[in-house]
Design a protein around this ligand. Sequence first.
Ligand SMILES: [Cu+2]
Length: 146
Amino acid sequence: MFVLSGLLILIAPFPQSSKTPQKRLIRIEASSFQFTPGQIHINPNDEVTVELVSMDVVHGLSLDGYDFELKADPGQTVSATFVAEKTGVFRFRCSVACGNLHPFMIGKLQIGPNQLLIRGVALLILSIVAVFYSVRQIPQFQTRLA
Ligand SMILES: [Cu+2]
C-alpha cells in the first residue's frame, strides 16, 4: 500500500499551473564571471523579455533547451523575448569566451514549480507515516499502546 502510494508520488503528472501567463522584463547584469541575478523563477508560458547588460567585457547569454541567445558589448544592453513553453530547470551560460573562469559563468532559470522538492517532501511524509504504521502493527507494541 505504501509502496504503491510512493510510486504514485514519483510518477504522478503535476497539474498544469493555473497561473495566467504574464509578460515579464528581466534585467540580467553580466560581469566577469557571473550573472546577476543568477537564479530566476518564472511561470510556464510567461512571455519573457531578457535585457542583458554587460558590465565589463563582451558577454553572451545562451539558454539551454531554448533557441535563445544574446550577446552584449561592454556597457551595452541588448534584449530579446521568448515564451517559456517548456517547464523545468534550465541553465543559462555565457556564450562568449570572456576569461579564464568563463566556463563557470552559469545561471539557473526555473520554469514552473520545483517538482523535485515537492516530490521529495511528499515521500518524506509518506515514509514517516509508514514507519509509524508498521510500529503499530508489531504485537508487543500494540499491547503497550493499548
Ligand atoms: Cu564568457
